[in-house]
Design a protein around this ligand. Structure first.
Ligand code: HMG
Ligand code: MG
Length: 301
């Protein structure tokens, strides 16, 4: 199997969903701890409307504090030209736009239809090209939508093609509700890989139904080599009621290392970073691996 790249999305996808709003310095400290654990690709913030997602206010400060570190790829979410200009102003070199395979989710998440969202992304893509900034595209609800139910793989594949034509160099397939099962993920990846090169695709699985690790395995077998994950399983989605956290990075690292796929991440440092942010947020970890590691520490002689 090919080497795998992990994109840590906890500081954005995780924290955007927490009731407690953290100041930029605390968010930057989390990013710093994740980088020290060995993560090299970290989504550090979002330049979205603070009225819609107040948790991401001050993302420019998070990036300012951290951008100069060699070898560390920090990215941010942008919904439109306004967000893109803010990202560029603070020196961000990697951005991500986000669309949905479901019309209702698109309206709830971004107040526009799928086609309107693609129009909004055009100036973002033009600015990305002009400034040599890399552009990722997220697709939410790739298997299931909280409002519309099952989503046909063909709809996702069509959107993959449109995002590629827009100029995205990577497309992250988001199982937002976490309802997907390995067979569905396999069918989805095969359908999308018939529309765009397989090497462009990334897996973004939520663990609501406990399927995320199994879905990673199915996606790996289908040839995907980029996976998103969130430290301690932080997050969910504010527009997907009941969706629990993203796949925990600790669980992903444990799986990959167990498969003989080196990640370059020190699992114990990652567990420490997760335990630290859980204390700040006064929450329990959603990572089974983190729980097991922390329990093992108490009995080790
Ligand atoms: P809108 O209200 O339709 O936008 O929101 P608008 O263009 O009419 O502007 C309204 C106000 O928002 C204006 O301010 C704008 O300046 C401001 P006012 O004049 O009223 O004071 N505004 C902005 N402010 C800061 N940054 C911006 C920006 N744009 C407009 N970029 C909009 C449309 C898209 C902006 C809004 O719906 C929004 O910000 N949505 C973000 C939703 C979000 O962040 N969702 C979570 C991320 S997606 C996700 O988590 C899924 C993913 O993880 C994959 C998966 O798991 O499925 C990626
Ligand atoms: Mg997500």
């Amino acid at each position: 199997m090919h080497p795998v790249r992990i994109v840590e999305v906890g500081p954005r996808d995780g924290l955007q969903n927490e009731a407690r709003i953290l100041p930029p310095a605390t968010r930057a400290q989390l990013v710093q701890m994740l980088a020290q654990a060995g993560l090299r690709h970290i989504e550090a913030g979002a330049f979205v409307s603070p009225r819609w997602v107040p948790q991401m206010r001050g993302s420019d400060e998070v990036l300012w504090l951290l951008l100069e570190q060699p070898g560390l790829h920090l990215s941010a979410l942008v919904p439109n030209e306004q967000g893109m200009r803010s990202a560029l102003a603070c020196g961000c070199r990697e951005v991500a736009v986000f669309a949905a395979a479901s019309e209702t989710f698109s309206q709830r998440n971004t107040n526009c239809s799928i086609d309107e969202s693609l129009v909004r992304f055009e100036p973002v893509a033009a600015l990305a090209r002009e400034h040599g900034v890399s552009l990722r595209g997220y697709i939410s609800c790739v298997v299931d939508c909280p409002y519309e139910g099952a989503i046909a793989p063909g709809r996702v594949a069509d959107l993959c093609l449109k995002l590629q034509q827009l100029g995205c160099d990577e497309i992250s397939l988001g199982d937002t509700t976490g309802a997907g099962t390995p067979r569905q993920i396999r069918q989805l990846v095969d359908a999308c890989a018939a529309a765009v090169p397989l090497a462009m695709l990334a897996g973004h699985f939520h663990d609501t139904y406990g399927m995320a690790v199994a879905n990673v395995l199915a996606a790996l077998e289908a040839g995907i080599t980029v996976f998103d994950a969130s430290v301690s399983g932080l997050g969910g989605c504010p527009y997907s009621p009941g969706a629990s956290g993203n796949l925990a990075t600790e669980d992903l690292v444990y799986l990959l290392e167990g498969l003989g796929l080196p990640t370059g991440i020190d699992l114990d440092s990652l567990v420490d970073a997760g335990a630290w942010i859980d204390t700040v947020l006064e929450r329990q970890t959603a990572s089974r691996v983190a729980r097991a590691r922390l329990a093992a520490r108490t009995v080790r002689v």
